[in-house]
Design a protein around this ligand. Structure first.
Ligand code: PGA
Length: 259
């Protein structure tokens, strides 16, 4: 038993219009009572419609980013409270595509996370190294620094999930070796324990993300400190996501948090 919740989180990125809501129906039909939590982090434009579609639902919803402020003159931005109002319970923060494309720093990620947690969202904070950093054997230093700066002190097992996403594995079809995944996830657990204590750290779910597919999911989920996946491309279609969810559900043990 891990005592933690297992999560299959889909990240639709900038994909999907209302035509895509049928995939959510299909997902709910395929998983009426999932033992792992299924979360779809949708484009913000789809959240409200999806929340109507999905209710009452086996599928939880999330956003992909939010502003650090509660409200104000921030054209084009979305607040955590707005995401919650539209039906989200989760938000991805610090995804490498936002760190790269929008220059988001870890300090900004922490400020966003603090606000999102205060607004009642579960924050999925992403960390991960580039290929150059991995090749220079800097992976754990980079991830340690990202953790220190990105994770707010207000984090608890109820409001924090950490996703390890090696940048070079996202959308490439390449994944780290099993040993590399184990090494980083064990490091993350230890890092959280040093900061928050063993009890809190042992309750925080850790996800792996980057080219998770139906044919590699079971291997990835065999790592003790991998509690689920953050899935991009393979979450867009129910037919691809379902085998990943099944692989995760088969790792749920008595004593783990389900539902
Ligand atoms: P991918 O994306 O599964 O398409 O590699 C994962 C992610 O960016 O969260």
């Amino acid at each position: 038993m891990t005592g933690r919740r297992k999560l299959a989180v889909g990240n639709w990125k900038m994909h999907g219009t209302r035509d895509s809501l049928g995939e959510i129906d299909a997902l709910m039909q395929a998983h009426p009572a999932p033992r792992a939590r299924i979360v779809l982090c949708l484009p913000a434009t789809l959240l409200h419609a999806a929340s109507i579609h999905a209710a009452p639902s086996s599928v939880w919803l999330g956003g992909q980013d939010c502003h650090a402020g509660i409200k104000g003159a921030h054209t084009g931005d979305i607040s955590a409270g707005m995401l919650r109002d539209a039906g989200a319970g989760y938000v991805i923060l610090g995804h490498s595509e936002r760190r790269e494309n929008h220059g988001e720093t870890s300090e900004e990620v922490r400020a966003k996370a603090r606000t999102a947690q205060a607004e009642g969202l579960v924050t999925i904070i992403c960390v991960g190294e580039s290929l150059a950093q991995r090749e220079a054997a800097n992976t754990l230093d980079i991830i340690g620094a990202q953790m220190d700066l990105s994770v707010p002190d207000t984090s608890t097992p109820e409001n924090l999930i950490v996703a390890y996403e090696p940048i070079w594995a996202i959308g490439t079809g390449r994944i780290p070796s099993f040993e590399q995944i184990v090494e980083v996830h064990d490091f993350l657990r230890k890092d959280l324990a040093e900061r928050f204590g063993d009890k809190v750290a042992s309750g925080i779910s850790l996800l792996y993300g980057g080219s998770v597919k139906p044919d590699n999911a079971a291997t990835i989920f065999a790592a003790e400190n991998v509690d689920g996946a953050l899935v991009g491309g393979a979450s867009l279609r129910e037919a691809d996501f379902t085998p990943i969810i099944h692989a995760l559900e088969s790792t749920v043990l008595p004593g783990d948090i389900t539902g």
